[in-house]
Design a protein around this ligand. Structure first.
Ligand SMILES: Cc1ncc(COP(=O)(O)O)c(C=O)c1O
Length: 455
């Protein structure tokens, strides 16, 4: 039963929290980065945890049957997806589950395709396991403000020799896309045609913001057809949605027993069991009582995304910053490339060709930073398709550091998600409205300073 539960916000600094308590030297930081919220877990979840904590014995638990029943009901209610409780396995996290499925279903040297830019572990995990991550670059359309699939490129990449797996991120972090049924069907059919297994990371499935008049919104790729169901491992969790990632509980849904068993073998080979005693009551309370709370969070995120879009729609910013038309997640991708080029050209003109402006204190240059250029030495990267890890190491953090040094606002750097995210930042809007307002105030002031310096 879903209840009206108010959204409450918590101050997380000084609580050993990665988002606010990483070492830094800014006197008044505004942490808008890692995908972790300032929204308190909903009261039924907190109450369930408090009740369990009051028992004072925290030995190994066994998952109550109710957990899978709740997951099944949630999938039916939210996504019209009729699953069987036997299809569900538990695991301590989605990233670990992706790693286990890579180990279970591919061999060293095999290729794994992703749509890029993408949440960086989804390329790092294949690479760290000796597989090759093959990026199919999404294309940003600044008219519709959406990232789209380059179908020719995807088809070429998925049909390369040794491609064994496609890791889908749906909804997609960091582009905010919620792939449509049509797009998913086409992706899925190409995978079936080329006998490529689908691993679908759907951890953000609850925050798939509703489009005008259409619910449900998110489509699990495995729900589209029995063929796709048989060819897919779906991973999700209550962790992002209910602000409980530290409980380390996620689940895999696989109707195909061969996939399910293969996956489970590799979980146990890594002793990766979901055994957090608080995770089960938390998940049950969340999926039983908190549907409306999730919808309320959704509405808040939508409002925050609109605030960011409206600010950058002001005349003075026109054409300099793109804010994606957010369809899902609380992670908003913002394109600073045009602003970077604009100020770079102004600075070059002012300095008569050479520029030492906008240099960071650690001597990383923000400008000039044309694509494929080493941020410190200025050397041109020979291979624009250089492996992601290499590119990330070279560009690590110049834009995010520049903004942090000037404003105290910390974003994720777009290039962290691959070369396709170069010049972008990812802003976490899963926070209270005052933090979004303060972030926008500081960003506007930074731009005003730059406009004044480079008229
Ligand atoms: C797309 C995506 N997958 C997985 C994760 C992490 O999941 P877990 O903590 O369960 O490994 C995140 C966290 O931000 C994410 O955005």
């Amino acid at each position: 039963m879903s209840q009206q539960i108010p959204l409450e916000f918590v101050d997380r600094s000084g609580t050993d929290c990665v988002k606010w308590d990483i070492p830094h030297s800014h006197p008044s930081p505004m942490m808008m980065w890692v995908a972790d919220m300032e929204i308190a877990s909903p009261k039924p979840v907190v109450d369930a945890i408090a009740k369990r904590a009051a028992h004072h014995a925290y030995g190994y638990p066994v998952a109550p049957k109710e957990v899978n029943k709740c997951i099944r009901q949630w999938a039916a209610k939210c996504f019209n997806w009729d699953i069987n409780t036997e299809w569900i396995s538990h695991s301590p996290g989605v990233c670990g589950s992706v790693a286990a499925s890579i180990q279970a279903f591919t061999q060293p040297g095999d290729r794994i395709v992703v749509l890029s830019p993408i949440y960086f572990p989804l390329t790092n995990l294949p690479e760290d396991n000796g597989r090759e991550a093959v990026r199919s670059s999404l294309i940003f359309d600044d008219k519709t403000r959406k990232w789209n699939i380059n179908w020719d490129d995807f088809e070429r990449k998925i049909s390369l020799p040794r491609v064994k797996m496609f890791i889908l991120c749906n909804p997609h972090n960091p582009t905010g896309r919620m792939w449509t049924r049509e797009e998913l069907t086409r992706l899925g059919e190409l995978c079936l045609k080329h006998e490529v297994l689908i691993v679908s990371d759907e951890i953000h499935w609850d925050f798939a913001l509703p489009r005008e008049g259409s619910t449900p919104m998110h489509v699990p790729i495995a729900s589209i057809s029995p063929e796709l169901s048989r060819n897919t491992l779906t991973f999700s969790a209550p962790s992002k949605t209910f602000n409980i990632p530290s409980f380390q509980f996620s689940f895999c849904i696989a109707s195909n027993p061969r996939l399910r068993e293969g996956f489970n073998v590799f979980l146990s080979r890594n002793a990766a069991f979901a055994e957090n005693v608080f995770a089960f009551p938390a998940a049950i309370a969340a999926y039983t009582h908190c549907y409306q709370w999730v919808r309320d969070c959704d509405a808040l995120f939508r409002k925050h995304c609109t605030m960011v879009y409206e600010m950058f729609s002001k005349d003075k910013f026109k054409g300099l910053v793109d804010v994606v038309d957010q369809e899902a997640t609380f992670l908003l991708f913002i394109n600073m490339n045009k602003a970077i080029n604009y100020f770079h050209e102004k600075a070059m003109a002012k300095a008569g060709g050479a520029t030492d402006v906008l240099r960071l204190s650690n001597d990383k240059a923000l400008f000039p930073l044309p694509r494929n250029t080493h941020p410190v030495t200025g050397a041109v990267l020979v291979d624009p398709d250089a492996p992601a890890a290499e590119f990330n190491r070279r560009t690590a953090g110049a834009l995010k550091e520049f903004i942090f040094q000037k404003t105290g606002v910390l974003f994720n750097e777009g290039s962290q998600f691959g070369i396709d995210g170069d010049g972008w930042v990812r802003m976490n809007v899963g926070t209270k409205t005052e933090n979004v307002e303060e972030t926008l105030k500081r960003l506007e002031s930074l731009f005003d300073t730059l406009f004044a310096a480079y008229p």
